[in-house]
Ligand binder design. Structure first.
Ligand code: HEM
Ligand code: NAG
Ligand code: NAG
Ligand code: NAG
Length: 326
């Protein structure tokens, strides 16, 4: 009797572990321990070099992993070029003339192939590692990256258009878009803190600085100098999301939101104390504790990296991140 209840207990424990480790993905931090032991240092060195060459690249690499994971999962689909008879994601609204860093990923991939030849490490895993290393290089938190993603043989511009949130979304749209990918509103607010680094183009904040009232008028006025009210010549002019520390991963993004200095409409939607789904209390926690923000950002990044990976024998390991293997 006693021994049978012990074995039942073990059986349930085993089932529990199978079910719940499956729920967090079949990825593992030691996936390449024997097949590519130098992987993490190769990616870290190359990412650090890219950020030394141009600090903004750290922001761009972080964003690339987000745009990969939100569109049919973390499968490297964002990296595929258009080709005859093949439409990639690079011309989707959220990506075109905006997402960047593809040359850096090519460089890292070349180094990884030199260290571990023959298509051992996926482009999707390189994106996940580079996003983490870029965050660290800019002064942000670190986390352990589960690995073992494989690369897609497909991409979807339609899904990219549907699943990458646009800057004009309100709080309900933002929450719904992230709930669809398995995140809470709080996790969405943490992930949005990535906008502590990097830049946006005038065309994405023009309406905000000319037409909105939930904005610091001095902040709006300053931006108007280089972002004209009429579309055209200044459309691509860049402004920092989180000046003056736009190249440092810190928690001042949330301080700026509380001062109505969010650059794009969607970010300011996170801090609207009167709104029904307001994230103002979360914003206040993150602005008063960078430790709280860093811990929750890191956890949410691991969760983002777990969105629908291809594993096992699904997909492939691309030799060139821009092309499906022939
Ligand atoms: C919450 C919904 C989000 C919206 C509406 C949004 C929208 C945008 C927009 C409009 C830009 C500027 C693009 C341009 O003007 O060319 C941008 C840049 C950026 N986004 Fe987001 N984003 C969101 C969430 C995220 C998340 C979750 C991450 C990463 C975890 C992220 C990381 C970045 C970074 C780092 C940049 C700057 C890139 C650079 O300077 O090259 N964003 N985002
Ligand atoms: C990374 O850079 C460090 C310091 O420059 C060097 O010692 C190390 O060998 C490099 N690792 C790889 C894998 O390139
Ligand atoms: C948010 O935007 C959606 C779509 O444009 C709209 O239907 C909804 O009423 C808006 N919600 C709020 C709270 O403004
Ligand atoms: C301000 O809003 C009006 C009305 O929606 C719109 O026609 C105009 O283009 C907006 N101005 C800017 C600079 O975005």
């Amino acid at each position: 009797m006693a021994s049978s209840s012990i074995s039942w207990c073990c059986l349930f424990l085993a089932l529990f572990l199978v079910v719940f480790s499956g729920a967090s993905g079949q990825l593992s931090p030691t996936f390449y321990a024997s097949t590519c032991p130098s992987l993490e240092s190769v990616v870290r060195n190359a990412t650090n070099q890219a950020v030394l060459d141009e600090q903004r690249m750290g922001a761009s690499l972080l964003r690339l992993h987000f745009h990969d994971c939100f569109v049919q999962g973390c499968d490297g689909s964002v990296l595929l070029d258009n080709a005859p008879g093949f439409v990639g994601e690079k011309t989707a609204f959220g990506n075109v003339n905006s997402v960047r860093g593809f040359e850096v990923i090519d460089t890292i991939k070349t180094k990884v192939e030199a260290a571990c030849p023959g298509g051992v490490v996926s482009c999707a895993d390189i994106l996940a590692l580079a996003a983490r290393d870029a965050t660290v290089k800019l002064g942000g938190p670190t986390w352990t990256v589960p690995l073992g993603r494989r690369d897609s043989t497909t991409a979807s511009r339609d899904l990219a258009n549907a699943d990458l949130p646009p800057p004009f979304f309100n709080i309900s749209g933002l929450i719904a878009g992230f709930v669809k990918k398995g995140f809470t509103a709080r996790e969405m607010t943490a992930l949005s803190g990535a906008h502590t680094v990097g830049f946006a183009q005038c065309q994405h904040y023009r309406n905000r600085i000319y037409n909105e009232t939930n904005i610091d008028p001095v902040f709006a006025q300053g931006l108007k100098a280089t972002c004209a009210s009429a579309g055209g010549a200044t459309d691509a002019h860049l402004a920092p999301f989180d000046g003056p520390t736009e190249l440092v991963f810190d928690n001042s993004f949330y301080e700026n939101l509380a001062n109505r200095r969010g650059l794009i409409h969607s970010d300011q939607e996170l801090y609207n104390p009167a709104g029904k789904q307001s994230q103002a209390s979360v914003v206040n926690q993150y602005r008063s504790s960078s430790t709280t923000f860093f811990n929750e950002f890191a956890a949410a990044m691991v969760k983002m990296g777990n969105i629908a990976p291809l594993t096992g024998t699904d997909g492939q390991i691309r030799l060139n991140c821009r092309l499906v293997n022939t």
